[in-house]
Ligand binder design. Structure first.
Ligand SMILES: *Cc1c(COP(=O)(O)O)cnc(C)c1O
Length: 429
């Protein structure tokens, strides 16, 4: 049976895995090992030359991590994937082969707060820069691209503002400029959205969130569609020219659709070392087995609770793309037809003070800097995750001071609404 014919529910359990050849173990073992014995010296040389694919050292590859890589690549419809130690690591790993000193990436203003900080501040240390643009304005995205631009970056469903990107329109702009589009698909997951089907070249995830789903481990992944022609211009010399850091191998020429993935392992993980460990891969593999079931419940609960909150006396507004009142509701059918995710923000009539009181009054909702857990979570972004941003950046990112972000879990919706109701009563008292 070819993986292509199987449905999502089957692939989330089986893709990339098989009974362990040594022991018959049905579940993917945690290969808790640093190194792998070579058959002989020729075998070792073939592995180091990338002439044979196998395991050398767990900074590069590990069998447990490899199963997760293949599973996520399959669910996203990609050619290959590289797992990393966190979502932020995945973003650096995605940009690393494309960028260089003086090069820029054109990015959406509507991004995860930590990503805004990474792109507006930290990447400058590498000589890279980011141009922040309103991605609803495709003409502005196009105008921002210059000769030094090497990628376009956005989120499918943007955390936290209930925003959905018109991925096809942005992919067309990137295509026309001969640039890869990188989509952070963390908030949607491959169950709700497949960015590659909308023209994305690379998909990144924080596997910390819904893919693991149980709040146990941090991780990230870069999935490559295998569709971008790195040889078509001289913009991506790491992939199109002999790589001096790998005895002159030209990844684009030799490895075709797997060029980006092999570069990510052979250069990215080898030299940056942002490797996922096998324990983390195990927890994420456990989580992925139930991804579709969880996402269905996440979406169902989010719809109910967002609609209920929108009519609550203490609430000024709810930004959830699943609601007809959302300006992004019309994009749900094309971008994420199974639902708009389970993250949204709620603006309270009582402003900043009510937000802080609500966060302190809830009992089932946990006040944490995380999202995509089975548990319902709440955070006041302006005083926490988005604290480093200016008020203008906070507003642009959907994290204004009078707003709390909810990550709706898979508990009983009635229990969650009862908790919110008592919390809102205290917050507005
Ligand atoms: C959490 C998150 C990240 C960063 O991932 P980490 O695993 O925390 O490094 C990036 N993008 C989005 C949308 C996220 O939610």
């Amino acid at each position: 049976m070819s993986d292509k014919q199987l449905g999502f529910d089957t692939l989330q359990i089986h893709a990339g895995s098989a009974p362990d050849p040594a022991t018959g173990a049905r579940q993917t073992p945690i290969y808790q090992t640093t190194a792998y014995v070579f058959r002989d010296a020729d075998h070792a040389a073939a592995l180091f030359n990338l002439q044979e694919v196998g395991f050398i050292y767990s900074r590069l590859t590990n069998p447990t991590v490899a199963v997760l890589q293949e599973r996520i690549a399959t669910l996203e419809g990609g050619a290959g994937a590289v797992c990393c130690s966190s979502g932020h690591a995945a973003q650096i790993m995605a940009l690393f082969p494309l960028m260089g000193p003086g090069k820029n990436v054109v990015v959406s203003t509507r991004l995860y707060g930590g990503t805004i900080t990474q792109f507006s501040q930290t990447i400058k240390r590498f000589g890279w820069s980011a141009k922040f643009i309103d991605f609803d304005d495709t003409a502005a995205v196009k105008a921002a691209i210059d000769d030094d631009t090497r990628a376009v970056f956005c989120e499918s469903i943007a955390n936290p503002g209930g925003y959905i990107t018109d991925l096809r329109a942005i992919a067309d702009v990137a295509d026309e400029a001969g640039l890869p589009l990188i989509v952070d698909n963390t908030s949607a997951t491959p169950y709700l959205c497949n960015p590659i089907a909308h023209g994305a070249t690379l998909v990144v995830h924080s596997t910390t969130k819904y893919l693991t789903g149980n709040g146990t481990v941090t991780g990230g992944v870069v999935v490559d569609s295998g569709k971008f022609d790195w040889m078509a211009s001289d913009k991506f010399p790491s992939l199109s020219e002999p790589e001096p850091a790998y005895h002159g191998l030209c990844f684009g020429e030799v490895l075709g659709p797997m060029a980006f993935t092999f570069h990510g392992i052979a250069i990215g993980l080898r030299d940056l070392g942002m490797t996922m460990n096998p324990q983390a891969a195990h927890y994420t593999l456990m989580g992925i087995e139930t991804l579709s079931l969880r996402m269905e419940r996440h979406v169902e609960n989010a719809m109910k609770i967002a609609a209920w909150l929108e009519n609550h006396d203490t609430v000024e507004a709810v930004t959830y793309a699943g609601l007809p009142s959302s300006p992004y509701n019309h994009r749900v059918a094309s971008v994420c037809p199974k639902g708009a995710g389970a993250l949204f923000t709620v603006a309270l009539k009582g402003g900043y003070d009510s937000c802080v009181k609500l966060v302190d009054s809830l009992e089932l909702f946990s006040h944490v800097a995380n999202l995509g857990d089975t548990r319902s979570l709440i955070i006041h972004s302006a005083s926490t995750t988005h604290r480093q941003l200016t008020e203008e950046q906070q507003v642009a990112a959907g994290a204004a001071p009078n707003v709390v972000r909810l990550s709706i879990g898979i508990e009983d919706a009635d229990d969650l609404m009862a908790d919110l109701d008592q919390g809102l009563a205290k917050a507005s008292a």
